[in-house]
Write a protein that binds this ligand. Sequence first.
Ligand code: HEC
Length: 318
Amino acid sequence: MFFSRVRSTTTATFSSMKRGFSSSAASESNRISISFVAKSAVVCGVAGVGLAAIVPDDAFSGLMPKGAEAFNLIENGMHAPHQDWDHKPWNKTFDHQSIRRGYQVYREVCAACHSMSLVSWRNLVGVSHTEAEVKEMAAEYEYEDGPDDQGNMFKRPGKLSDRFPAAYPNEEAARAANGGAYPPDLSCIVKARHGEEDYIFALLLGYTEPPAGISIREGLHFNRYFPGGAISMARSLYDEVVDYEDGTPNNASQLAKDVTTFLTWASYPEHDERKKLGMKAIALSATLFVLSIWYKRFKWAPIKTRQIVYKPPQVRDV
Ligand code: HEC
């Protein structure tokens, strides 16, 4: 609208200079656009009806949801209820005290079976523990290092740069100890599961007796949030299995919340920084956007406020 007005006034100026004002130029261009839109609409309509007649009804059925089979509790597990996580609102960081308690739950309970091979001790520094604390925690574990001058491997206490120690030396050992099931590495587990932290939280507390008519194989446990319903991991979080140093109540749901917050941090360690950076970026670009509007109006002011006057050529009597 705006541009067409500029263009038509410009055309008018030029043409008035050359051969007088032509008022029909603008209405002619409108007529051409209207007829183009009308023709396109007719062509698209005819093509649509034609395609609908030619293409078989089930041509795209592979892309469509499959009606009643789409969701099946036994195959997919129950949908995890949404929890009110502290870190979910756009302007909130992780609850770092919860990460600290969650690390304790992981270390005292989950680490017996699950590794977190992508997390190093140094990652905890400034997030949940001080450097001195982490150094002390790492030094409690022995790591193989070497070779030394004689070519022998040796053991040394852990350092900040070491990864978290694994629960088992290899996958086979882990399977052998867990009835054939492999306890997955928890470094990125929150990213790796549908429902993310809501799923992990629900899974840890979702153990019940199997419903009537469903029998669970020996060694498996019924958990309605686990796809298939039968999980090899037994329930591991009960009230008071971990003693918190900060006096937070240690019931099972608090333990589950804290360990899930810790695992979410492990999956998204950049979370806090990302939100801070995002807010800066939005503030900056919003300011630049407003400035650019002001600048555009400033630059266009002489053009938008000018008045074009048409002076008819003088007709001279010859
Ligand atoms: C006794 C060993 C053991 C302990 C302790 C244990 N797990 Fe597991 N966990 C397993 C095994 C085995 C599996 C694999 C289950 C399967 O595939 O049936 C598993 C699977 C999982 C899964 C993946 C479920 C899925 O969707 O595939 C998560 C998440 C998990 N455990 C979290 C935890 C957390 C958090 C803790 C600590 C609170 C913990 N586990 C403690 C053995 C354990």
